[in-house]
Design a protein around this ligand. Sequence first.
Ligand code: PEP
Ligand code: MN
Length: 342
Amino acid sequence: MVIVLKSGTKRDEVNGFIDSLKTLNVEVHRSEGASQVVLGLVGDSTRIREEQLRAHHLVEQVIRVQEPFKMANRLFHPDDTRIDVTGIDGTIRSIGGGKLGIIAGPCSVESIEQVTLIARNVKQSGAGFLRGGAFKPRTSPYSFQGLGCEGLDMLLEAKKETGLPIVSELMTIQQIEVFDDVDIIQVGARNMQNFNLLRELGHCRKPILLKRGMASTVTELLMAAEYIMAGGNENVILCERGIRSFDSFTRNILDLSAVPVLKKKSHLPVIVDPSHATGIRWLVPSMAKAAIAAGADGLIIEVHNNPEAALCDGEQSLTPEEFDSLMKVLRKYAAIEEKVFA
Ligand code: PEP
Ligand code: MN
């Protein structure tokens, strides 16, 4: 962090200010220009309150050269993080570090028959994880809200039958206790900045699939990950799922450049959700391929046995047959990127 002091600041004021900065556990390097003094802060300035410095009467400008996230930062952890999940059959499936995690399943769990059928199908096609929403964050309070705990039980049944680890979205702190047997907890786009929830999830050790908020910057996503990691849970998977922009042709705009950006800035695995990003079934395969080419560590794809009758997001769901064809193509893309399916 670099602090430019106002011109005309007196020597004893500069000294007093430097002494106050030193109490923040950083080294202060001073350089004197013709009319201005510039201070360089060296050390961990993550916890320094930038806005407080800016408000100081001696300060002209504050330039942050160190990023505000530490635990999620690649500078502090040069190697890729790999998230390992041990299935009930003892098989370890991983996301990151050369392993592509393919998560597939319905938007919402609708019945035991529906979720077990889809689970069997996606497993057959090579998916490593089963997704299924039990608690659904819907825009309208009149839309299907998910089957809640009953839906989670159905998902657990599908896990028992297929051995696939499961991924499901949690919306409140109170729900954490019913997610004991869920292998990866999803924090949805609408909750990415629910800081109390993030803090609480920092106290568990389960992998957290953190989706980018629909109007969030890459740095805000990394800061949300930092909330979870600062609590001690370093098992965070980042997910690009499209952001809001002016074009309404697609549901969201898939920000594929966020994938290499996040991977440059952070050691955490990055996956892509082409289903929510586009909202359109026929766009899912091309965006899934593009995501792998962009360096993603995995995909989360909605699959439904009867998309036309789906209670949620049918228009963006692939049929099991379409998912199967896509997986065959994705294997070739994975090979080019020298990655293997988990
Ligand atoms: C979902 O995965 O079903 C979902 C609601 O995703 P998002 O939070 O990205 O909208
Ligand atoms: Mn959905």
